[in-house]
Design a protein around this ligand. Structure first.
Ligand code: HEC
Length: 444
């Protein structure tokens, strides 16, 4: 007799539980999904942004429901490969498990609209004239001529010279990028041409700018700022700036990826924000790399790890961290060990490195690294044929600038705590703004 009773009790539980689950209001777009989409997707998936379609309304989103489920469940969307460990990132785009469950549940239940009254108020993306997000820029630079990305090429690195021609230093507070053509602009890196050799290369090629997949063309250039779609870093805090040296030019390296099969035209823009004389610059932002150059990556090997360690020579404050490898990159991260501790703190963990989404991960709060702090970079390369983007699994690979070579470094932007420059910076002079604003990125 025991069994039937137990059975029926269990059945009763199931019977009572099931209706509750059903009657628990079904997941709807209006009440449950739209607020998540507003916060996590619309940055890119609204008109004129990098996302290939808009998710602003139910009508726009509904045909994508199944794909949305797949993309969020696999954590491919939002495209944010870095997992914060011990340190919180500003604007972390990772979805929480509850958010993923809501979107997945919504699709599984039939992707209903729900009640109009439940819709959250429309999200207002604050922009300044010209669509900029960081405030009104001090200077906008744009390629002088549109550049055509041929439909016959899928992958192209093109470097454009930006002849600033300022005869005084300026202190950058921030840089914002605007792709001219979201179909093809994959990422940008802004360099300062410290060596000054780039203009002659540029002159030697007939089209605007010159092809520069191989970084030796811009050897000696200093990275000012990297950009991937959707990545807007906040302005630097009070008293901190990135020095642009008088007389130096800038180089904009664009990675175009044309999968459309037709010629695409791009004319991208960047906006500079600089410190004015009302601010005293005490600290210069610098970039420190934790770089392993002794790479040894045998042909066909699916898992080759490397490590590198450096130490903080002085007390430092860190603002952001990022990682860089080429196409065989599988995972990369940076860890820190404080001088009085054995514990490894995760600064950045990119378990599935994606060459196309190289972000500068900005810390929510600047992070203090006392003298003696160890920074550890760990990387894994996949040089097997299973790696779908591997340019050639039959090569033994070493460090190099070319895309057939590899790299492995993490890097952080930092300042020295004892630095006190006391500089009164000069804003960009009105005659220079007049000369440079709008269209100045040189073309031949
Ligand atoms: C930082 C910008 C960005 C954010 C934020 C973002 N997306 Fe995307 N999304 C893209 C881009 C760009 C593509 C085009 C594919 C690519 O380049 O990887 C894309 C593609 C997609 C696709 C099509 C994938 C395919 O290949 O069929 C879906 C579905 C999608 N996104 C859903 C979402 C959802 C849902 C969210 C929010 C939870 C989101 N995305 C957030 C930029 C973004």
């Amino acid at each position: 007799m025991h069994h039937p009773i137990r059975f029926s009790l269990r059945l009763a539980t199931v019977l009572f539980a099931a209706p509750t689950a059903c009657f628990a209001a079904p997941i709807t777009w209006a009440r449950d999904v739209m607020p998540i989409v507003q916060e996590r997707c619309l940055e890119c998936h609204r008109p004129d942004q990098v996302g290939p379609f808009s998710l602003t309304t139910y009508e726009q989103a509904r045909p994508w429901a199944k794909s949305m489920k797949q993309q969020v469940a696999s954590r491919k969307m939002p495209p944010y490969p870095g997992n914060p460990g011990g340190i919180e990132f500003h604007g972390d785009m990772n979805l929480s498990q509850a958010e993923i469950d809501t979107i997945v549940g919504w699709v599984d239940q039939g992707a209903a609209f729900g009640n109009k009254a439940d819709l959250p108020p429309e999200k207002n993306f604050e922009t300044f004239e010209g669509g900029w997000r960081l405030g009104e820029p001090d200077l906008v630079l744009q390629t002088a001529e549109p550049f055509t990305v041929s439909g016959e090429i899928s992958d192209l690195y093109q470097c454009f010279l930006i002849p600033l021609g300022l005869d005084y230093d300026v202190w950058l507070k921030g840089v914002e990028f605007q792709a001219g053509n979201n179909e093809v602009a994959h990422h940008f890196i802004l360099f300062e041409d410290m060596g000054g050799t780039f203009p002659s290369l540029d002159d030697a090629s007939p089209e605007p700018g010159c092809e520069c997949a191989d970084m030796d063309k811009i050897a000696g250039a200093r990275i000012v700022k990297m950009w991937a779609p959707g990545n807007v870093s906040p302005l630097r805090g009070e008293g901190i700036g990135n020095k642009l040296t008088a007389g130096k030019n800038l180089i904009l390296q664009a990675h175009f990826y044309n999968s459309t099969g037709i010629d695409q035209v791009d004319q991208s823009r960047i906006a500079l924000h600089v410190a004015g004389p009302d601010e005293t610059i005490d600290k210069r932002i610098r970039l420190q790399l934790v770089s392993q150059m002794m790479l040894d990556i045998p042909a066909g090997n699916p898992h080759v790890d490397h490590e590198m360690q450096i130490q903080a020579m002085k007390d430092m404050t860190l603002y952001s961290v990022g990682g860089h490898m080429h196409l065989r990159g599988k995972s990369i991260g940076q860890w820190a060990v404080l001088p009085d501790s054995a514990e490894e703190i995760v600064m950045l963990d990119i378990p599935e490195y994606d060459f196309n989404w190289q972000l500068d991960y900005v810390f929510e709060e600047p992070w203090k690294a006392p003298k003696g702090t160890k920074f550890i970079m760990r990387s894994v390369h996949d040089n097997s044929a299973e790696n779908p983007v591997n340019p050639d699994p039959s090569l033994n690979v070493k460090w190099g600038l070319y895309s057939k070579d590899e790299m492995a470094f993490t890097g952080h932007y930092y300042t020295f705590d004892d630095e006190k420059l006391g500089i009164t910076p000069e804003a960009i002079r009105p005659e220079d703004v007049a000369r440079l604003n709008g269209a100045n990125i040189e073309s031949d």
